[in-house]
Design a protein around this ligand. Structure first.
Ligand code: ASP
Ligand code: MG
Length: 422
């Protein structure tokens, strides 16, 4: 049997009924048995679920938000299916279930577990709709719940994969199905040893595709996006971008590490270890070659720009006239780890530790609470972290103009600034 192919369609490729129809056309000549199609939540659904959660956490009324979310999916279905189609009661059922879960008690202590029980819901609804629509178009796929094969630990919101168990489930449960049918499933979600829902981190559906690829010994993964491939900068933010024909695994991994959102950072490693090529292709131009990420790509020196928005710069100053020592760094990192806050940039001076993190204000509050007796802490919100790989020295000033620069770091191959528009 030919090797398994994995296709992944992100939120933008299923954002409305036209997008679902477009996905269907892409699959019309490509769908075959021994293929797994992974889909994300539709459009901005995951963000909507997150705002429902934060309303709930703050004791505000979220019923309008969940009604709007249901309406959004119903509208898409009205445009895809005839009246009376069985997809409509399925939607009712799923939203009934969501609203039941939302009735449960939420506190800051159980936030992460609660979050995971709710936020993967977008994928469950989306995959139902897409599977039903494909079948209605004579493209027969079998809907499968990814949580039955993606096994993780209980580190909610950032669950770690149990690779052995996942491989065993994929081989035992999905391989036999794939001999006869393609599977349609969800990205982003898994389950812990107690069967509770977990998630793999925001934008984690790419990672799901890679996990399935490795566990099914796939021939390749294709991620379908709204860009022509991997570009050297986000075309929505920078002019004159260039597309890479091919990239090495290491270069691609480095770009994602600094925040390039084209692929989830964890996607590359399992594929690189198994030597499985990754194609990034445009769902708007499916015949175009896109970018191939693989082991034998030629190296390049094209400046590559990555911008991370909504950053917070936090600095911790020692209060007792001593200097920064390992123990101070250890204290700060210990708390960051406990709160699952990742450091995007670090700078040390004689008397302070500065870190840049994604804006998650209620976690920041907890961090301040924990460390305020040991450090004098200041923070700045509303910042951007700009990283340039292979920078051209003469071009750097153009990235600083019109910005207040709060922090700057340069090495031979990387230039980084924390900046704010003035
Ligand atoms: N729907 C999830 C998110 O928006 C996962 C994904 O799209 O990859 O983060
Ligand atoms: Mg998404």
């Amino acid at each position: 049997m030919a090797k398994t192919l994995i296709y992944k369609f992100g939120g933008a490729s299923v954002k409305d009924s036209a997008a679902v129809k477009n996905l269907t056309e892409i699959l019309r000549n490509r769908l075959r048995k021994n293929m797994v199609v992974v889909v994300s939540a539709m459009g901005k659904t995951t963000n909507s679920l997150e705002s429902i959660l934060s309303k709930k956490l703050n004791g505000e009324d979220f019923s309008e938000n969940s009604a709007i979310l249901k309406l959004f999916h119903q509208e898409i279905c009205r445009e895809l299916f005839p009246e009376g189609h069985s997809v409509f009661p399925q939607l009712d059922n799923l939203f009934f279930h969501l609203n039941n879960l939302l009735e449960k008690k939420l506190s800051r202590e159980n936030y992460d577990e609660f979050y995971d029980s709710i936020v993967g819901f977008g994928e469950l609804v989306s995959s139902r709709i897409v599977a039903e629509y494909l079948c209605s178009q004579s493209l027969i796929v079998l809907w499968q719940d990814a949580r039955e094969v993606i096994h993780t630990d209980s580190d909610f919101r950032f669950a770690k994969i149990d690779w052995e168990k996942t491989r065993n489930s994929c081989q035992a449960s999905w391989k036999p199905i794939l001999e006869n049918f393609p599977i349609l499933t969800q990205g982003f979600i898994g389950s812990d040893p107690k069967g509770r829902s977990t998630t793999l981190g925001r934008e984690g559906s790419d990672f799901t595709a890679a996990i399935l690829a490795k566990s099914l010994d796939a021939g390749s993964v294709t991620i379908w996006k709204d860009v022509p491939g991997v570009l050297n900068a986000d075309p929505k933010l920078f002019p004159n971008t260039r597309k890479f024909e091919e990239l090495g695994y290491r270069e691609a991994a480095e770009m994602t590490y600094f925040g390039a959102s084209v692929i989830h950072p964890k996607t590359i490693k399992p594929l690189a270890n198994a030597g499985i090529p990754l194609f990034v292709k445009s769902f708007l131009d499916p015949e175009a070659p896109g970018t191939k990420i693989h082991a034998n790509a030629a190296s390049h020196h094209v400046p590559t720009i990555v911008l991370k928005k909504d950053q917070i710069l936090v600095s911790f100053k020692v209060t007792d006239f001593t200097f920064i020592e390992e123990k101070h760094i250890h204290r700060v990192y210990e708390q960051l780890q406990a709160l699952k806050l990742r450091v995007n940039m670090l700078q040390l001076s004689a008397i302070s530790i500065s870190i840049v993190i994604d804006a998650q204000l209620f976690k920041l509050e907890q961090l301040l609470e924990k460390l305020k007796s040991e450090f004098e802490i200041r923070y700045n919100e509303g910042l951007e972290l700009l990283t340039i790989l292979h920078p051209k020295q003469e071009e750097i000033p153009t990235f600083l103009e019109g910005f207040e620069i709060l922090l700057e770091q340069a090495s031979r191959n990387t230039f980084q600034v924390v900046r704010r528009k003035v």
